[in-house]
Design a protein around this ligand. Structure first.
Ligand SMILES: Nc1nc2c(ncn2[C@@H]2O[C@H](COP(=O)(O)OP(=O)(O)OP(=O)(O)O)[C@@H](O)[C@H]2O)c(=O)[nH]1
Ligand SMILES: [Mg+2]
Length: 404
């Protein structure tokens, strides 16, 4: 299934109806007095999270939304009918940002939660409101107010518990294939994965979590090298990072310095993101002779001065991968339980995530701009073919595998 994670739309609420000036005219009632009704309230626009909506793709096609204008008031003190509200459904996990101010209007995290994004205009007042002791037949009435208008950006983050991190070719996609139903492309060249993938990982029958496979990182990524860091924002809502290291890269590079370079790029991108727990996976151990395996791995760990959790796997042979899955599942469950039971811990986690969100959003916007500028320069220099013209640095579309 295609998955779109960002859309910019405009929302325009309905204008309020006008108030009217009218006078009661009835047989046998001379000087009946003012009876002009108020205008109705214009329709508002809400955005609501909905479990049955899984993508923002619709908002790529229809980008303008208007709510209904209200009716004007009428004589005989009849108020105008209000405009119908418009409710736009988005997937749970959508963040709504005002594009002009950059402010977050809302963060929809539960089914049914809604926020007002454009308020309908108030109705104008009919002339009955302007009656006074000195003016018994006022002709004054007011216009309805304009409905609110704004441009907003909808952002849907991939909601994964675990994010895969690593150099191109480290075996990230092979790993996610081994532990889930996700079937991203695997090949022996760098940057096979160009867009993120999600896979649902089953630990056992009732326990599962979501893993995200993102494009590989290389040294200098934070300055735009390779595919840059614009995909790292997808790691912002994960709980744990799984760092996949190829123990014997085909290009002859040193695994320990590769691993250190990745952690370095992560820190440069977001110091907060770098504080997430990292689990190290020494991958492709099937390539090492069995009798030297242990020694080589220990040597790498020493070089890296690694003290965190570590696993040795072969994604290709599905060797050792199940242990990683159980470990991750236990850690995720521990975190989920703590969050549910300990409000103080939950508050800390929330503060941490808010900071992470803010940091990654800023970085991603900057990275996209840098990327577009680079493409512009390349285009000017005649380095890009026609096929490349359309890439605006947007990583809107990605594959998501929810199948188990
Ligand atoms: N021998 C061996 N080869 C592996 C293993 N895992 C992956 N490979 C091979 O390594 C190459 C790269 O694997 P991918 O899974 O595409 O690597 P990736 O990290 O997703 O790479 P990018 O998408 O380019 O970032 C492929 O040729 C795989 O077959 C493993 O455990 N053992
Ligand atoms: Mg890949």
């Amino acid at each position: 299934m295609r998955f779109v994670d960002e859309a910019v739309i405009t929302v325009e609420a309905g204008d309020g109806g006008n108030g009217v000036a009218s006078f009661r005219r009835e047989k046998f009632v001379p000087f009946g007095g003012p009876d002009g009704g108020d205008g109705g309230r214009g329709g508002s626009i809400y955005i609501q999270a909905d479990d049955d909506t899984s993508t923002l793709v619709d908002y790529r096609y229809t980008r303008k939304f208007r709510a209904e204008r209200a009716k004007n008031g009428r004589g005989a003190n009849c108020a105008g009918r209000g405009g119908e509200d418009t409710v736009l459904l988005v997937p749970v996990g959508t963040t709504i940002v005002d594009t002009e101010s950059g402010d977050i209007i809302g963060d929809l995290v539960a089914d049914g939660q809604r926020v007002l994004v454009a308020a309908g205009g108030d109705g104008g007042l009919g002339n009955t409101h302007f009656k006074s002791s000195t003016n018994r037949s006022p002709r004054k009435c007011t216009h309805g107010a304009k409905g609110e208008y704004r441009e907003i950006r909808l952002e849907l983050k991939v909601l994964a518990d675990v994010g895969l991190l690593g150099m191109p070719n480290a075996g990230k996609s092979t790993f996610i294939r081994a532990v889930s139903a996700a079937k991203p492309k695997v090949a022996d060249y760098p940057f096979t994965t160009m867009v993120p993938n999600l896979g649902v990982v089953d630990a056992d029958s009732h326990r599962s979590f979501v893993m995200a496979d993102i494009p590989g990182l290389i040294e200098g990524a934070s300055e735009g090298a390779g595919l840059g860091i614009r995909f790292l924002k997808h790691l912002a809502r994960t709980r744990i990072l799984l760092h996949i290291v190829d123990v014997q890269p085909i290009d002859g590079s040193d695994p320990a310095s590769n691993a250190k370079a990745i952690l370095n790029e992560l820190k440069k991108f977001s110091p907060t993101l770098a504080k997430l727990p990292v689990v190290l996976v020494l991958n492709k151990v099937d390539q090492l002779a069995e009798d030297t395996r242990e020694e080589w791995c220990n040597h790498l760990l020493e070089e890296m001065q690694w003290e965190g959790p570590v696993f040795k796997t072969s994604g290709l042979m599905s060797e050792g991968t199940k242990d990683v899955v159980y470990y991750l599942m236990d850690e995720i469950e521990k975190q989920r339980e703590l969050e549910a039971e300990d409000p103080e811990y939950a508050a800390q986690v929330k503060a941490f995530r808010d900071q992470l969100e803010a940091e990654t959003r800023e970085q991603t916007i900057a990275a996209k701009e840098a990327y577009r500028e680079m493409r512009r320069q390349q285009r000017l220099a005649g380095l890009l073919g026609d096929d490349d013209e359309d890439d605006d640095g947007d990583d809107g579309e990605m594959e998501v595998y929810y199948v188990r």
